[in-house]
Design a binder for this molecule. Structure first.
Ligand SMILES: [Zn+2]
Length: 316
């Protein structure tokens, strides 16, 4: 692994070793096959595209490249749910500073996918404590191929400093910034290492990629995700929240319970339709051609969701 020595600006990284030198990887070095996929997603890493929305006092959502980052600022410092990409770590730190924080002290990863956790490669070495589901830690350690149907993203193993140091299996309760924070995994769904994070007093939930309100719902079926798991996990989310809950999805705009309910109902409809076609004796290939998701989620004309669902059902 190549390393560049970088001087971290003192003003941006108060949590750190007081302005000393921290060795960070060279984030312009990509594993074979990564850059093409990042380009296809339109991830330009242009810092001017990073914006935020304040959703409650001391809670902000940062939209940039990749998964939505939920920020909590308080007496325990800055807690970030997900970390996006290390290529924009300085811009993310500048944004956090503008919101009244300095550095990132804690990161909870909703899962291990590159667009949610790669930022650990910067913020881990800079001193953040990282929390994740045990299976997500294992994928961060090993790396994995993420089959996006039509493209495969080869996620590389992370450096030791980028790995989660606090893990759990079913649930974990944390107390940070005056909040009771519940980390929950409801079994294999988007991945096998998903974490839903609920801030009890603030009544804010981050669902990670159990909810994608910006384009294609995706299931990492090659690595154990299933459509049925997405559905059952979202039912558990609905049990937890109420009409006043602020919902931060993995991607897309800040939402509420009704939005999650209608997203779930679409997934249920797609799943029921696939199962009905299976019962009719249709082959996986025929079901892909029919692409029942197209009827239900009009903005998603590609059969990616159906493809991944069929893999999850063991039919592809
Ligand atoms: Zn994901």
């Amino acid at each position: 692994m190549m390393y560049l020595k970088k001087i971290i600006p003192c003003s941006l990284v108060a949590i750190l070793l007081s302005c000393s030198e921290v060795k960070l990887p060279d984030f312009d070095v990509y594993a074979e096959g990564q850059k093409e996929v990042l380009d296809a997603f339109g991830f330009t890493f242009d810092p001017s595209l990073i914006r935020h929305e304040t959703i409650e006092e001391d809670f902000h959502v940062i939209f940039g490249f990749g998964g939505n980052i939920l920020i909590s600022i308080g007496e325990d410092g800055v807690l970030a749910i997900d970390s996006q990409f290390p290529q924009i770590y300085e811009a993310l730190l500048a944004k956090i500073k503008s919101l009244g924080g300095s550095g990132i002290n804690h990161i909870i990863n909703t899962h291990w996918h590159f667009d949610h956790a790669d930022g650990n490669r910067a913020f881990g070495p800079l001193g953040a404590e990282i929390y994740a589901h045990i299976n997500s830690l294992n994928y961060m350690k090993s790396g994995a191929s993420i089959n996006l149907v039509g493209a495969v993203y080869p996620q590389q193993p992370y450096e030791k400093e980028a790995l989660a140091t606090v893990t759990y299996t079913d649930t974990l309760d944390l107390n940070l910034n005056g909040q009771t924070i519940k980390l929950m995994n409801f079994g294999p769904a988007h991945t096998t290492g998903d974490t839903v994070i609920y801030f009890k007093e603030a009544n804010i939930i981050h669902t990670g990629d159990l909810t994608n309100l910006d384009g294609l719902p995706f299931i990492d079926a090659d690595n154990g995700g299933t459509l049925e798991g997405m559905i059952s996990s979202l039912y558990r989310v609905l049990e937890l929240i109420d009409d006043d809950t602020i919902v931060v999805p993995g991607h897309g705009p800040v939402a509420d319970k009704d939005t999650i309910k209608s997203f779930l109902m679409k997934l249920v409809a797609v799943n029921n339709r696939i199962d009905a076609l299976i019962d009719e004796g249709k082959s996986a290939q025929e079901i892909l051609e029919i692409n029942p998701a197209k009827e239900i989620i009009e903005e998603v004309p590609f059969p990616i969701l159906v493809n991944r669902a069929l893999v999850g059902k063991g039919l592809l």
